[in-house]
Every structure is written in structure tokens, then in C-alpha cells.
Design a binder for this molecule. Structure first.
Ligand SMILES: Cc1cc2nc3c(=O)[nH]c(=O)nc-3n(C[C@H](O)[C@H](O)[C@H](O)COP(=O)(O)O)c2cc1C
Length: 132
């Protein structure tokens, strides 16, 4: 059984395009290497992330992420054993920072709603992003 952590946070100061590109590259590279799947959403200065993978890897990564100076107010939404939901979404770990990306993610999760509580939960959060 895999483990999943989902949280929200706020950027500490306004991140510029280069800051974001650096963060995205680092994240995608590391997660691919560690077989971590999930999604990172950046919208209106806030982050929303789902991380899935081996328990030890995910919990130690989350400890590192919580200490990262680029964001603050990290609030954990859930932590639990879960099947992988995102392994067949795009490259396994994806970054979404536009409306179209959010909409296609919502459709992907809606398809999985019946088979996974994690996707149902994440879908309902994403819906509120789409309304905002
Ligand atoms: C909002 C946010 C999300 C992050 N997500 C990840 C992630 O999914 N994977 C990752 O390796 N690093 C992530 N990081 C970066 C980590 O906090 C940390 O800087 C990085 O893992 C250090 O990598 P290194 O030990 O290879 O230098 C994130 C940082 C922020 C601010």
C-alpha cells in the first residue's frame, strides 16, 4: 500500500517566474527519481500538493518541504495509506498553474471517483479552485 499526503500553503514572498521554474524543475526531477507521483497546483500565491509514494520517502520529503523558506502556513489536509491515483496522469507528477490544467485534472479525477477516496477528495478541492 502506498502513502499519500495532501497539504496547502502560501508563498512566503511573491515568487517570480524564474523562482517558479526552478521549483518546478527541482520537484519534477526529484519526484521522478524517487518514484513519487501526485500534483502541485500553484494558484493566486498558494500551493496545493498531493504526494504519493513509499511511506518513508513521502514522510521525509514532507518534513523537508515544511521547512522550505519559499512558503509558509503549511496545513495538512490528509495523510493516509492510499493506492496511487496519479501514476497514469501525465508524467506521474505534474504541475498545474493554469485554468485548462485544472479542468483536465478535474475530469481525470472524476473518472476515478468511484474507485478511490483520494481522488474523490482531491476532486472536491479542485472544484472549489475552479469556481474561484
Ligand atoms: C510548495 C513546494 C512544493 C515542493 N514540492 C517538492 C516535491 O514534490 N519534491 C521535492 O523533491 N521537492 C519539493 N519541494 C522542494 C523541497 O522543499 C526541497 O527544496 C527539495 O526537496 C530539496 O532537494 P535536494 O535535497 O535535492 O536539494 C517543494 C517546495 C515547495 C516550496
Amino acid at each position: 500500500m502506498m502513502y499519500a499526503i495532501c497539504y496547502v500553503s502560501d508563498e512566503r514572498k511573491e515568487l517570480n517566474k524564474e523562482d517558479l521554474i526552478l521549483l518546478y524543475e527541482q520537484t519534477v526531477y526529484n519526484n521522478y527519481r524517487e518514484q513519487i507521483t501526485g500534483v502541485l497546483i500553484y494558484k493566486d500565491g498558494s500551493f496545493f500538493q498531493v504526494l504519493e509514494g513509499e511511506h518513508q520517502i513521502i514522510t521525509s520529503l514532507f518534513d523537508k518541504i515544511k521547512k522550505d523558506k519559499r512558503h509558509m502556513n503549511v496545513i495538512t489536509l490528509f495523510k493516509r495509506e492510499s493506492d496511487r491515483v496519479f501514476d497514469d496522469y501525465l508524467t506521474g507528477f505534474s504541475i498545474v498553474d493554469n485554468y485548462q490544467g485544472l479542468e483536465s485534472l478535474r475530469i481525470f479525477l472524476a473518472d476515478k471517483r468511484a474507485v478511490s477516496t483520494t481522488s474523490a477528495c482531491v476532486e472536491s478541492i479542485i472544484k472549489s479552485y475552479l469556481k474561484a
